[in-house]
Design a protein around this ligand. Structure first.
Ligand code: SF4
Length: 404
């Protein structure tokens, strides 16, 4: 029996495009909800007959975006119903939905719960008005608190709050105030993301032209340290670069990505990934990103993939570290050997030696994980695992790379 997989559904619409956002989202005043849901259902119907997904059970569902909470909960219920008819749905499946605080009210919260959503990721970002204003968010701090309380009143017992740090003009005190609010609200999970300036966004232009000044590296480091110190004191284990959770409340869907489990992405621009050849290689594909093109393709053929890729064993080795080292617990030496039939030392001996010497990673007899210093420089540390002189054991096609 094939292993269960995770299901991601992308809703590519927002009411307003935040100036730092480079996600595949489009700000529309009139969202073509019914048309898009119909396309999602056509795609679901089509891909559920494909051999790599057919008959396998779904362990997590994640509605991401964009702003999935802009869709009426009856649409979410319709989609979850269709998923449970297309695949065996694990009765304990984690069903998450990203919500913008401005799009939650009591009725929506209750209907989402009735629809089968059992986890909400609420995009609070900050509880300081000036930070929300800089970020161009359309909700206020009060709205975020009210949305949170409405979710609780509707019976949600698994809520994650997003925070952002490293925002222009944000002070350490602002972040401390946000963390005090976390203590008051006591969500089960906190995601804390450093602001990144992405090419093509208004923030990128503003920084490039000198109109916007980013906080100093030192201040950003202090903010990271503040999060890493404060949240564990409040009972949140730091389990991934940007994520903290109360016991047993880690995000199962995201863990599936970091553990490189198979996932199926539905919707505009979604990515899918599954291993083949008994784990010796993997396939990845992504859908048309433009919503109208996606809708057209999904309705016409029940499949909207525009790009396919096959990962070689060398790519998989890099991904083993690229994703596995994001987790606090890192990766095990035994799992590398089980998967690739070769020891980590034989492939990455030189890289490991340098990174251990620099106190960026720690290697025990069983595990390899980032050190505290390594976590602060995670992207560049992990990048070292791509620079290795290694002949693949089983060469397949050359690939390009992307991340979900
Ligand atoms: S609400 Fe989220 S997805 Fe939409 S534009 Fe803002 S950051 Fe991007």
């Amino acid at each position: 029996m094939a292993a269960p997989f995770s299901l991601y559904l992308h809703v590519p619409y927002c009411l307003h495009k935040c100036p730092y956002c480079d996600f595949n989202t489009y700000a529309l005043s009139q969202i073509p909800e019914q048309e898009y849901v119909t396309a999602l259902l056509s795609e679901l119907d089509g891909v559920s007959r494909e051999p790599q997904w057919q008959g396998r059970s779904v362990q997590t569902i994640y509605f991401g975006g964009g702003t999935p909470s802009l869709f009426h909960p009856t649409s979410i219920a319709r989609i979850i119903g269709a998923i449970s008819r297309a695949f065996p749905l694990d009765p304990l499946a984690e069903v998450s939905l990203e919500a913008n605080p401005g799009s939650i009210d009591n009725e929506v919260a209750e209907l989402l719960s009735d629809a089968g959503v059992n986890r909400i990721s609420l995009g609070a970002q900050s509880f300081q008005s000036h930070v929300l204003e800089t970020l161009g968010r359309i909700h206020s701090a009060d709205q975020a608190v009210m949305a949170y309380e409405m979710l609780r009143a509707a019976g949600f017992t698994n809520v994650s709050l997003d925070l952002m740090y490293g925002v222009p003009k944000q002070t350490l005190e602002d972040l401390r105030e946000d963390l005090n609010m976390i203590r008051t609200l006591a969500p089960e999970h906190v995601s804390a993301y450093g602001l990144t300036i992405e090419k093509g966004t208004p923030f990128y232009q503003a920084v490039k032209s000198g109109k916007m000044k980013l906080p100093s590296e030192g201040l950003v480091l202090e903010m990271m340290e503040c999060l890493q110190e404060y949240l564990p004191q409040q009972g949140y284990a730091w389990y991934e670069i940007s994520n903290y959770a109360q016991a047993g409340r880690q995000a199962r869907h995201n863990l599936a990505y970091w553990n490189r489990n198979d996932y199926l992405g539905l919707g505009a621009g979604s990515h899918s990934y599954y291993v083949t050849d008994f784990g010796k290689s993997a396939k990845r594909y992504s859908n048309y990103a433009l919503p109208n093109r996606y809708i057209e393709e999904a309705n016409a053929c029940g499949n909207a993939a525009s790009w396919h890729d096959e990962l070689s064993q060398k790519d998989l080795m890099f991904e083993f570290f690229f994703l596995g080292l994001r987790k606090m617990q890192g990766v095990t030496l035994a799992s590398f050997r089980d998967e690739f039939g070769i020891g980590v030392e034989e492939v990455y001996g030189n890289v490991l030696e340098v990174l251990v010497d620099q106190d960026l990673i720690k290697k025990t007899q069983a595990r390899i994980h980032l050190t505290e210093k390594g976590f602060l420089l995670a992207d560049s540390v992990i990048g070292n695992f791509s620079e290795v002189d290694f002949e693949p054991l089983k060469p397949v096609h050359p690939t390009s790379r992307l991340t979900q």
